[in-house]
Design a binder for this molecule. Sequence first.
Ligand code: RIB
Length: 298
Amino acid sequence: MAGKVLNYGSLNIDLVYTVPHIVRPGETLTSLNYARFPGGKGLNQSIALKRAGAETCHAGSIGEDGRFLAELLQADGVDVSRVAVLDAPTGHALIQVEEGGQNCIVLFPGTNRMNAAQAPDALLNGFGEGDFLLLQNEVDGNAAVMEEAKKRGMKIALNPSPMDEEVLQLPLSLVDLFLVNEVEGADLTGEEAPEKILDAMAEKYPGAAVVLTLGSRGSMYADGKVRLSQPIFPCEVVDTTAAGDTFTGYVLNGLLAGEAPEVFMRRATMASSIAVSRAGAAPSIPYRKEVEEALGRL
Ligand code: RIB
């Protein structure tokens, strides 16, 4: 049986403004539309994992105003017993989406940066060999949880988004799977060309697999034995928010299930392609059945 995933990650309320263009410094801009969505890289990735088919438990923190986020995860079948409700505001993201789907995001961390109250050994209770810990960089406490996961024989997947100095202070040698975009790959290695990023990652973190996303140029996968490229499946772009999170969830599910990289990279690419063709973060993430059907139509 495939292992399960403990996703130690953020939960955000996404405040999404549709704009004619991303606001410029000093400019006041009237938005064309406003919508409130469930989001957060952590929450989005838990939903993607579960919709892909993985047994998923989410750990993190919300305030009273974020209870609907835990309810949404639960409705999708994600275990939320490790989501704490604190006396502080839930994290939120102020998102501008311009015509063509490009976005820009300002984060208010809120309770996402108040996870320290939860002891790592209690958070990871019931997880061990064969299971994965998944992390992003929108919460506090990542290093302690990584150390605890390794003690238990778990594998660690890291999506170091949003990239900052804190990521470089994490015990990165413990990571088994990196999911990075070109900017993150360059920050981790000092290289810019995709092949060189992968070479440098292999040298710096031997034994770790790397998934490198390249936007409209697709993505690449590399481990000690395999290196492959996966082109995108073109589609009409409505909103790119959560495309990367969808990709992460579908890749990790495939890896857990023991699939070949060419199989899960293809499925993850189709899942992201469907996600960008819809508005919002979590609501845009497709179920496995829709993804398989779309692949069947190719
Ligand atoms: O990756 C997309 C997510 O980033 C959004 O849902 C937003 O909450 C930010 O965390």
